[in-house]
Write a protein that binds this ligand. Sequence first.
Ligand code: OAD
Length: 260
Amino acid sequence: MDTTALQKIADQLIQARRIVVFTGAGMSAESGIATFRDKPDSLWAKFNTREMASPAGWREDKYRVWAWYEGRRGAVLETQPHAGHIAVAQLADTLRSVHGHAVQVDVVTQNVDNLHERAGSSSVIHLHGSLFAPRCAACARPGEFAPGLPDQTLTHLDPPECQHCGGYIRPGVVWFGESMPEKEFRMAEDLVDTCNAMLVIGTSGVVFPAAELPINAHQLGKFVAEINPDRSEVSGYTTVECRAKAAQGLPQLLDMLKNR
Ligand code: OAD
């Protein structure tokens, strides 16, 4: 664990009034949720992005696509947020109790799980949608899941029918070839503009426009710290690089702040 880097991060956070926590799949890795690209068993090493994550793949075989996302939702429901998610959720209160000022912490995540919310984070912006927000592929209204826990063993499953128009319900995630939700991205850009510090946790930084956010923060002269066991495409845009896993580095960072 790189405690010197963590100390440097703590030094900056203690002075910050507005903090953005930008997360990717590595944030949820220690909850047992697969990442996309950093390991041989990561999702995009085992599954084809065109088949599982594009409008064309959905048109080709929506039963396969729906079963896959339902399996992923089932895996998330079976797991729990880890100590790192909880540390992020406690960051604002911890800083307030240390120096007495209100501190705003906003999570901007590329993750489609709900682990930040379940850990207690109150401001979470989802740039890539959510496994828990299905919508109609035809009329775009919010959809409902079939009752009960998803069966993770199925390779094909009928998507539910839209209650309003009878269309197919699709996963509420952003696919390759689709735009990021405009409102969420604009909000994230504004948060970066006004923050004093940004933590970048568990992202490879290869997917744009999400990866623009830490780069913009760096170019605006903000303090940007990365917590990741490996270097990423955004490492060069950070002020401090901390080589640590999220479930270990973040609780230790919180302890350092509490002991100021
Ligand atoms: P990736 O799978 O591309 O990258 C995971 C990152 O997490 C890597 O940099 C790892 O080194 C790091 N990592 C692994 N274990 C970690 C741990 N325990 N603690 C901290 N970091 C760890 O995931 P993303 O960068 O999130 O998009 O991928 C970006 C987007 O690509 C995803 O949102 C998804 C995917 O296609 C959509 O689905 C639209």
